[in-house]
Design a protein around this ligand. Structure first.
Ligand SMILES: O=C(O)CCC(=O)C(=O)O
Ligand SMILES: [Fe+2]
Ligand SMILES: [Zn+2]
Ligand SMILES: [Zn+2]
Length: 491
């Protein structure tokens, strides 16, 4: 679609179920004036966040403030001395002008993501005089150029994606989710309230801004997720579906703090897991680069709380969380076997081992159940070139290893063990076949090796072993694993 095409059919806009959440443009014009008024009132939920200088940022600070306390961080002075020619619309247009944007820009009045736009089309749209623009279009979720990625990785190393703490870096290129995105904004474009995917940590740097141009962030703490969810829910929005941007008067109803950050060029915002946020661009053009990380500290909450919730609402997982645990564990195991005894591996392994034990347990069918049935469990190996890429056709979560497959339904119909255990599936449930990439015995062996590596590390660092990391007595547990429940149900 090109810039000067006539607006979409009005009926279509009205029929879009999301359009009722659209903030009226007048409200965006008055936004800052109203915000300033509210901020004079000490009882308003809007709070300022004290910035810290980039030179004072450390991975330990992120661990303490962002992950443990759940507080957002506002870091300034990140882009001092960065190459200004590289991070510009001119550079983007010259090098990637004919790039197809994917489901972008977003038409904010109609709340629809457009298709068929190139980056050049969008850059020409933002270059227009504001009065010439017929629609408000936000250039969101744009693929990040390789040159930018490499430049930022070099500058930021331990805060950037694909560093060792970011478990995604242990997946192969084909298995990695795309986490790095560019946002090109102009006055009054915005991102509705949401929490970042899967309880990950969000990172967002403004790499370019026209004069007097910035973004206003409203961001809560991790611990107010359910209060924030109720506030946006009251107006019909959902933090999982990015569909509601609230005007100041409505945000002001919050009985929990909203930190207000005016993000300018060089400002880096670190978003805690599950922290609700909405972002409004003001002034002229701004360009931000954003990415997410799931680390050995954040993945525990992802696994126990966020994944079951996604399973319930059938939201696509995308991050292959169980594979992150498996390959993150294998990486630490390799490092320790090579004699690299870093202290941080203690806590990292403790988390990863605990989760991996759960994962293996849930794939396993206890022997006594099999003996009772006087049968061996029948399973078929997947012959996928790249493992772990399958998703459950019912709940959309990623399939790490075992799943059921319907031989009748066409086109690879896979159903995860959790869905089968809950009685979900297709109408051919009695004919389902249990499939796997890796045998449970191999997974159990990997678990054993990980525990041994942990013990070696404890010995080298002369610290006592944490009980919680030692394996439970051979899986002899009272409750049933998912695989056992699934196995008992359909067959
Ligand atoms: O800049 C924006 O519009 C939104 C960015 C965002 O939500 C993020 O970086 O997590
Ligand atoms: Fe976000
Ligand atoms: Zn499922
Ligand atoms: Zn079927």
């Amino acid at each position: 679609m090109k810039v000067d095409e006539t607006p979409e059919n009005v009926l279509e806009v009205i029929e879009n179920p999301l359009s009722k959440f659209v903030v009226p443009p007048e409200s965006l014009e008055k936004f800052e004036g109203l915000l300033d008024e509210h901020m004079k009132n000490p009882n308003s939920p809007f709070k300022k966040l004290t910035p810290i200088s980039y030179k004072d940022l450390t991975p330990g600070l992120i661990e303490r403030e962002v992950i443990t306390k759940g507080m957002p961080l506002y870091v300034t002075g990140v882009c001092t001395n960065w190459n200004k020619d590289l991070f510009s619309c001119d550079w983007l247009e010259e090098h990637f002008g004919d790039w197809e944007m994917i489901n972008s820009p977003r038409d904010l009045q109609a709340m629809v993501d457009l298709t068929g736009w190139t980056l050049k089309d969008y850059i020409q749209y933002v270059a227009q005089e504001p009065s010439q623009r017929k629609k408000s279009l936000y250039g969101k979720d744009i693929t990040c150029p390789e040159q930018w990625r490499n430049y930022i990785a070099h500058q930021l190393n331990s805060y950037f994606c694909y560093e060792q703490r970011d478990l995604v870096c242990h997946l192969s290129k084909e298995q990695q989710p795309e986490t790095l995105m560019v946002y090109i904004g102009i006055d009054n474009t915005y991102t509705p309230a949401h929490t970042d995917i899967l309880g990950s940590i969000g990172h967002n740097i403004m790499v370019y801004a026209d004069a007097d141009s910035y973004a206003i962030w409203f961001i809560t703490e991790t611990k107010y997720k359910s209060k924030a969810s109720a506030l946006f829910g009251k107006y019909g929005g959902s933090l999982e579906h990015d569909n509601c941007f609230l005007a100041i008067e409505k945000l002001a109803e919050a009985d929990f703090p909203f930190y207000v950050i005016k993000q300018k060029r060089g400002d880096f915002i670190v978003v805690p897991p599950d922290a609700a946020h909405q972002v409004l661009n003001k002034g002229g053009k701004t360009i931000k680069v954003a990415w997410n990380r799931i680390t050995p500290s954040t993945i525990v909450h992802t696994y126990y709380s966020v994944l079951p919730f996604y399973h319930e609402i059938c939201k696509a997982e995308v991050y292959r969380v169980k594979s992150l645990v498996y390959y993150g564990l294998k990486d630490r195991l390799k490092m320790i076997n090579e004699g690299c005894y870093e202290e941080r591996y203690l806590a990292e392994l403790a988390n990863l081992i605990r989760l991996f034990e759960e994962i293996v347990y849930d794939e396993w069918v206890p022997d006594d159940l099999l003996h009772e049935r006087k049968e061996d469990i029948e399973k078929v190996k997947f012959n996928d070139r790249v493992p772990h890429l399958r998703t459950c056709n019912f709940c959309n979560l990623d399939i790490f290893n075992r799943c059921y497959r319907c031989p009748v339904c066409t086109d690879d119909y896979d159903i995860c063990l959790a869905c089968i255990a809950e009685g979900r599936g297709c109408k051919h449930n009695p004919e389902l076949v249990l499939m796997e990439h890796i045998s449970v015995n191999k997974l159990k062996d990997d678990l054993k090796k990980a525990v041994e590596a942990y013990q070696t590390l404890c010995r080298h660092l002369q610290v006592p072993k944490a009980e919680s990391v030692l394996p439970k007595n051979n899986f002899e547990d009272e409750h049933f694993s998912l695989a056992a429940l699934a196995y008992g149900l359909p067959l």
